[in-house]
Design a binder for this molecule. Structure first.
Ligand code: MN
Ligand code: MN
Length: 414
C-alpha cells in the first residue's frame, strides 16, 4: 500500500465515509505488503465458509476467523485456555494444567488451575520448580518449611499471592465455607503438577524398619500408611490459624513473608481507564524468579502499545472480554480474542496492546520469569526522542507528538 492512499482513507474515514472509502481503496488498504490481506480486500463469495466448522469455537475467536487487514505473517499460536484442558478430579478438589507440552508457545513457565473444596488438601509435597500463585476465589491455608527449618503457615484470600522456592516442602488446604480456587505458575515450562515429589509416595516406598529407625518409633506405627499417593484428598477443615502457627513455632520464624496481598496494593498506575498493580522481588521479596502485574482495563479502554525487554509475558485472563494484537519482526501481527480462563504468551520484546471489547472490566494477570518487571511504552519512548527525529519517521506535525502520553504503563480511555 502506498502511504498516500492510506492517509486519504484515514482522512475520509474520519469524515464518515468509511464504507465508500474502503471500497474505493480496497485494493490497497490494510496489509502494506503484497498481496494485500483481510476481508476488506476480499469478496463475499470468497469469504464464506461452506466447510465443516465448530460455531462454539469460532465464536470465541472471531479475530482468527476475520483478522484485521493490518494483521500479517505467520505468527505461532499465542493463545490457549484452561477451558480446553482436561481436569484431574479427586475427592477434595481438582486441577488442570498447561505445561510446554500443552502450550508450546510458553517457553518459560507452566500454569496450573486448581480447586480445593472446604477441607480439601493438596498433600505435603515438593518439586524442582519455584511455585508462584494467585488466589482467585475463597480462602486457603498454606504450610511450608524453609531450608533453615523455619515453618511458615498463613491463610490467603482472593487477590493474594504466595511463592514457594524450589524444593521447599509445602501443602495447601481449602478453608470454609467455600474452599478456594487459584492459579499456580511454575518458573519452569515443563514442571507438571501431576509429577511432584509426594510424602505418601516416599513413605510407601521405604521399608518399615527404616521408617521406624528414621522417626524413632516402632515400625508398626506405619502399618496403615496409604500404599498409593493421595495428591488431592478430602480432609478435615483445619482449626484456628494461631493454633497451627503455635504448633510449628519451635523452628523459628522466616525473615520475609512467603505471601503478598497483590490486589490490595496501591496501583503503580491509575487512570480513568484502569489501573496496574505490580509484585516483583522489589516488593514481594521472596519472589526472585517471578514478577507479576494485574492489569484492570475499563470498557473501551486500551492498554497502550508496549513491550517487555527482559522476559516473555504469560497472561491469565481473570475476567472480561478483550482483544490483543502482538507485533514481531518480519513483519508479523496477530490479533487474538480473549475471555475468562484464557491464557496467552507474548514473546520477549514483541510489541502488544490490549483492547477491552466487552461491557465489563477486563482483568489480566501478566507473569514474567524475572526478578524485576520491565516495560518499554511506545508513546513514552516517542515523547522522549527528539521531536524532529520522530516527526520525520511518520510525516507528522511535531506539535501532535507533544500531545502523546509521556509516561509508561499507560491505559487510554475509549
Ligand atoms: Mn507445589
Ligand atoms: Mn505487556
Amino acid at each position: 500500500m502506498d502511504q498516500l492512499s492510506r492517509r486519504s482513507l484515514l482522512a475520509l474515514g474520519a469524515a464518515g465515509s468509511v464504507l465508500a472509502a474502503a471500497q474505493a481503496q480496497a485494493a490497497s488498504f490494510g496489509n502494506p505488503d503484497a498481496p494485500p490481506q483481510g476481508a476488506i480486500n476480499s469478496t463475499p463469495g470468497a469469504l464464506s465458509e461452506p466447510g465443516p466448522r465448530s460455531p462454539a469455537l469460532q465464536d470465541q475467536l472471531p479475530s482468527f476467523q476475520n483478522p484485521p487487514a493490518t494483521d500479517v505473517g505467520n505468527s505461532p499460536l499465542l493463545w490457549s485456555s484452561f477451558n480446553i484442558m482436561p481436569k484431574r478430579v479427586q475427592g477434595g478438589g481438582w486441577a488442570r494444567q498447561m505445561t510446554a507440552a500443552e502450550f508450546p508457545a510458553s517457553r518459560a513457565v507452566s500454569g496450573v488451575n486448581m480447586r480445593l473444596g472446604p477441607g480439601g488438601i493438596r498433600e505435603l509435597h515438593w518439586h524442582l520448580a519455584g511455585e508462584w500463585a494467585l488466589m482467585t476465589n475463597g480462602r486457603c491455608r498454606i504450610t511450608m518449611l524453609d531450608a533453615e527449618g523455619r515453618a511458615y503457615v498463613e491463610d490467603v484470600g482472593a487477590g493474594d499471592l504466595w511463592f514457594i522456592p524450589p524444593g521447599f516442602p509445602h501443602s495447601l488446604q481449602g478453608l470454609g465455607p467455600d474452599g478456594c480456587e487459584f492459579l499456580i505458575v511454575f518458573d519452569d515450562a515443563f514442571q507438571s503438577e501431576f509429577n511432584t515429589l509426594l510424602v505418601t509416595d516416599w513413605l510407601a516406598h521405604t521399608p518399615p524398619q527404616v521408617l521406624g529407625q528414621n522417626f524413632g518409633v516402632p515400625p508398626e506405627a506405619f502399618a496403615r500408611i496409604p500404599l498409593q499417593d493421595l495428591w488431592i484428598f478430602q480432609g478435615k477443615e483445619p482449626g484456628p490459624l494461631a493454633a497451627d502457627r503455635a504448633a510449628v513455632a519451635s523452628g523459628g520464624t522466616v525473615p520475609e513473608p512467603f505471601t503478598f496481598p497483590l490486589t490490595a496494593t496501591k496501583p503503580v498506575k491509575e487512570t480513568a481507564a484502569g489501573r496496574i498493580q505490580l509484585a516483583d522481588s522489589r516488593t514481594f521479596k521472596v519472589s526472585t524468579t517471578i514478577a507479576a502485574a494485574i492489569e484492570t482495563i475499563k470498557p473501551g479502554g486500551l492498554r497502550q502499545m508496549h513491550w517487555h525487554p527482559n522476559a516473555d509475558e504469560w497472561q491469565y485472563w481473570i475476567k472480561g472480554r478483550g482483544r490483543m494484537t502482538v507485533f514481531d519482526a518480519g513483519p508479523r501481527a496477530e490479533t487474538i480474542d480473549f475471555q475468562a480462563g484464557d491464557v496467552a504468551v507474548v514473546p520477549r520484546s514483541q510489541g502488544h496492546y490490549i483492547q477491552n471489547t466487552g461491557s465489563e472490566e477486563v482483568q489480566v494477570l501478566a507473569i514474567f520469569k524475572t526478578a524485576q518487571y520491565q516495560e518499554v511504552d511506545l508513546s513514552d519512548w516517542l515523547t522522549h526522542a527528539p521531536p524532529e527525529l520522530v516527526a520525520q519517521h511518520f510525516n507528522i506535525d511535531p506539535a501532535l507528538i507533544a500531545r502523546f502520553p509521556d509516561t509508561p504503563l499507560g491505559i487510554q480511555p475509549g
